[in-house]
Design a protein around this ligand. Structure first.
Ligand SMILES: *Cc1c(COP(=O)(O)O)cnc(C)c1O
Length: 353
């Protein structure tokens, strides 16, 4: 059988180099050897997030960092606004509700990006936070975070963004775009197995932590910040994932961050053009906000059959998520995906009726 082509939207393909970096003896997370690696990935993640703020390293999947953001920066009964454009942004709204926040959902049609003007109509002086997903992995749509940063500048609300399927594949400029909290995970554009999440807070967000009354212990970010000063974490981190992130960041910086972004843009563009030539369209309603880390392909009634047909040819992509599971399949260009993979995918797709 020929080589498998893995174009999943997460977990993504793990490069050989990253796998090899994990093939080593166990070390203590209190050793100097560990601290040295922790310091390196701490610096690398700051570049990836475009921030001078600390990026804390948590042992959890991406959802854990979402929860940490809520638990550390809010109090029960506080009002937040969540533009909902798909499954993952809805999950943020539901999670905030589970922590007793008062959530105003601003719903958009699936396939649309969040319109900043519409969202701002719901932001009042009482609003303590606006949760804007960077890249909605269920519909393949990227939000304009810069526009939200500008709109919320000087307001009392924190701008919080889930960049789990963005950071490392899409440009992220936390400081320049005035985002208060950015969080991400290891198993998407970072090309590492699931197990670590990352979160960064602005000064304004750290101020909010002082007033927060929600219970927290494992995800107490103030405690994590103290340990970060000595390049450690309060509890045992997923040390092997730390080895892996260290290697993945080396790969990213060797290629050059701008080149990595360019590769994602070009590969996704090639997929969009390619599927259109084959008679499909993409699910996002406008190309200008179509994601560059994954493509949601619109194939009404045929999505499941296509995912199966591709897998039989050794091309692994993901199905759609409810309520569009029958009509959409998703192809990842996150992380370790190159032009030849895209061409292999398009060739396999062309063989399906
Ligand atoms: C994958 C993903 C998550 C988090 O998922 P985990 O399984 O907890 O890592 C959150 N948001 C988005 C946009 C995602 O793509």
């Amino acid at each position: 059988m020929k080589k498998e082509i893995v174009m999943m939207v997460g977990p993504t393909a793990v490069p050989e180099r990253v796998l090899k970096a994990m093939n080593r003896k166990s070390i203590s997370h209190r050793s100097e050897e560990y601290c040295e690696i922790h310091r390196r990935i701490r610096d690398g993640l700051k570049k990836l997030f475009g921030t001078e703020n600390e990026v804390l390293i948590l042992t959890s999947s991406g959802t854990g960092a979402m929860e940490a953001a809520i638990q550390n920066c809010f109090s029960s009964g506080e009002q937040v606004v969540v533009p909902v454009i798909g499954t993952f942004s809805e999950q943020f709204a539901a999670m905030a509700e589970a922590h007793q926040l008062k959530v105003t959902r601003v719903e958009f049609d699936l396939g649309e990006a969040a319109d900043v003007n519409k969202v701002m109509e719901y932001v009042t002086p009482e609003t303590k936070g606006v949760f804007v997903i960077h890249n909605e992995s269920s519909t393949g749509v990227t939000n304009d975070l810069k526009a939200f940063g500008e709109a919320l500048e000087g307001s009392g609300a924190l701008l919080i963004t889930d960049s789990v399927s963005g950071a490392g594949g899409l440009e992220m400029r936390m400081d320049e775009w005035k985002i208060d909290i950015v969080l991400s995970g290891s198993q998407k554009a970072l090309m590492v197995p699931a197990g670590l999440s990352f979160i960064s807070l602005s000064d304004k967000a750290w101020k909010a932590t002082e007033k927060s009354n929600l219970s927290k212990f494992y995800f107490d970010l103030s405690k994590a910040r103290k340990f970060q000063e000595i390049n450690q974490t309060p509890n045992t981190p997923a040390v092997y994932n730390v080895f892996a992130v260290d290697e993945a960041l080396k790969m990213i910086f060797e290629e050059g961050l701008d080149n990595v972004y360019k590769r994602h843009i070009e590969n996704t563009g090639r997929i969009i053009d390619g599927v259109r030539k084959l008679g499909y369209d993409i699910f996002p309603k406008d190309d200008k906000y179509a994601s560059r880390t994954l493509t949601a392909v619109y194939a009404p009634g045929k999505a499941k059959e296509i995912v199966k047909g591709l897998a039989e040819q050794g091309v692994i992509v993901n199905g759609g998520l409810a309520p569009i599971a029958d009509d959409v399949f998703r192809v990842g260009t996150m992380g370790h995906v190159y032009e030849e993979d895209v061409d292999g995918f398009l060739e396999a797709l062309s063989k399906l009726g």
